[in-house]
Design a protein around this ligand. Structure first.
Ligand code: ARG
Length: 532
């Protein structure tokens, strides 16, 4: 209808012209023009069967991988916690969303380079390494470091109360920056311990980030003066109140004053922004990225907009490289405020995950008390991690959400337990079928069969939409609707008691649905179970 307006013609007439040119023999059975100019196409059942048979035969679920030419090298910056403290729920979102995106992009045929841009530099590390040194001398360090949050707080308390210590902490910063071997070694020990805490979380979550993916802020230290000198040489930055600043006209306030992007402070120190410029040069120049995704809290939106704008202007990122801030909202508590513990502290991820598992264990035990305990533990683990991840991934990532145990662990609705249960159920049907012909022909007759079949052919569409929009929720919605179609199919179509030919066809549909559910959930980083 919009096209007809542009072409100044009647929409039905235009629809007819489109239909005359369509070549859909063998794909579509009927084509009709309806209403003011809609074109209704009805897919041929034989074509549907053919698509599904091919998907089973090739074992690729009907997914067309991207062609060699369309393949991109995608840098994904995710997780990126600050190593001074324990990871918190904000980093949970980045880690889960980034991990799902990395999996989907790879599956679609792209090359992914993960970048864990950890915060491992800055003045707080002077305080922390000084405190670590003291603790090591008195033999209390290893105990304190069991909990980085506690360690940080004690160090901070000492810093605020003890003048000598505060001075020494400041000295440590200078020494660290100057490459002092003793302070450098303590700093590395501290990072090692902190990184180890993160890795425990990654392991618990089943996230594949490794040391090889870590490229933290400190990795850019040597390049920071180079970046600042370069900006000056290009005439982009100016000295303003002793600091080096780039004025961004495209971010002017309502008085027309440009925004100030500070790259070097008055005291010579560099900032988060400077590091991100250096990281941009590395990702474009060395890693040769075609597309860079920053999976970071939406509250940093302005930072990224300014970073992208300046990087283009300075020539650090050519126009053909795509830059995206994959922003996400805040995790909220029942009170609608950022998620905190009862005492008002930030919620540590390690505690959150163990609570998830114990809640899931209680649920599983209530449901199936006779299942042997080790099995119930295994189910609880898959269900709890799946539930936490899926609850996050299924939301439109840019909005905030309220953390709610009961909804995420529910076996009904758009949740991981529901999908995991749908999977075990369809696997159960396949098991009970015993020996059957895995090459049985598929024929689509019943409307419920047709709906399931249509949905199955759209898997590739879900995958490529996630790739295009960097939005894992599309895959969640797809899988949820697939499970719903499966349930309707069970209700309408007897499987195991059907005649030989129909039985074979329906089992094939079950097989493809099971494979699609397993693969799809796997791409979200969620495990499936044979029984639960
Ligand atoms: N460490 C930062 C934080 O916790 C996130 C870093 C994101 N990546 C980046 N290139 N700025 O807020």
């Amino acid at each position: 209808m919009a096209a007809a307006k542009t072409a100044k013609t009647n929409p039905r007439l235009l629809a007819q012209q489109v239909v005359d040119k369509l070549e859909l023999d063998g794909i579509v059975n009927t084509i009709e023009i309806a209403g003011p100019g809609f074109i209704n196409l009805k897919m041929a059942p034989e074509y549907l069967s053919h698509r599904l048979t091919e998907a089973l035969r090739l074992g690729d679920l009907g997914l067309a991988r991207v062609s060699q030419e369309a393949q991109q090298r995608v840098v994904i910056d995710y997780s990126s916690p600050n190593l001074a403290k324990e990871m918190h729920v904000g980093h949970l979102r980045s880690t889960i969303i980034g991990d799902a995106l990395a999996r989907v992009f790879r599956f679609a045929g792209h090359e992914v380079i993960a970048q864990n841009h950890v915060g491992d530099w800055g003045t707080q590390f002077g305080m922390l390494t000084a405190y670590l040194d003291d603790g090591e001398q008195s033999g209390t360090a290893s105990m304190d470091l069991a909990d980085l949050e506690v360690f940080y707080k004690s160090a901070k308390k000492r810093f605020d109360e003890d003048q000598d210590f505060a001075n020494r902490a400041r000295e440590y910063v200078v020494k660290l920056q100057g490459g002092d071997p003793h302070v450098g070694a303590s700093w590395k020990r501290f990072l090692e311990i902190s990184m180890h805490h993160c890795e425990e979380i990654y392991r618990a979550l089943g996230v594949g980030l490794t040391r090889a993916d870590v490229h933290g802020e400190s990795a850019y230290n040597d390049d920071l003066p180079v970046v600042v000198a370069d900006l000056k040489a290009r005439g982009l930055s100016t000295t303003s109140e002793g600091a080096q600043v780039v004025f961004l006209d495209d971010f002017a306030n309502n008085k027309g004053e440009p925004a100030a992007y500070i790259v070097q402070k008055q005291d010579g120190g560099y900032l988060y922004s400077t590091t991100d410029l250096a990281a941009m040069r590395y990702r474009v120049g060395t890693l040769k990225a075609d597309r860079i995704l920053y999976v970071v809290d939406a509250r940093q939106q302005l930072h990224f907009q300014q970073l992208f704008s300046l990087s283009r202007r300075a020539g650090y990122c050519p126009p053909e490289v795509q830059l995206e801030h994959v922003g996400f909202g805040v995790v909220l508590g029942d009170d609608g405020k950022p998620f905190k513990t009862r005492s008002g502290d930030t919620v540590k991820l390690a505690d959150l995950l163990s609570e998830a598992t114990s809640r899931a264990f209680d649920l599983v035990t209530a449901k199936t008390p006779d299942t042997p305990e080790p099995e119930r533990r295994a189910i609880a683990k898959a269900v709890s991690i799946g539930a936490v991840k899926y609850f996050d991934l299924s939301k439109n990532r840019s909005t905030d959400y309220v953390f709610d145990w009961d909804s995420m662990l529910s076996f009904e609705g758009n949740t991981a337990p529901y999908l995991q249960y749908a999977y075990t159920r369809v696997r159960g049907v396949l098991r009970r079928a015993g020996e059957w012909d895995q090459a049985a022909a598929i024929s689509i007759i019943d409307p419920a069969e047709r709906q399931l079949a249509l949905h199955l052919t759209r898997f590739y569409e879900a995958i490529h939409t996630v790739v295009r929009e960097a939005m894992p929720s599309y895959l969640c919605t797809y899988l949820y609707e697939l499970s719903a179609s499966l349930m309707r199919f069970y209700e309408a179509c007897p499987i195991l008691n059907a005649t030989e030919q129909v039985r074979g066809s329906r089992l094939q549909l079950c097989r493809l649905t099971a494979d699609t559910l397993r693969t799809g959930l796997g791409l979200l980083g969620i495990e499936v179970l044979e029984t639960m």
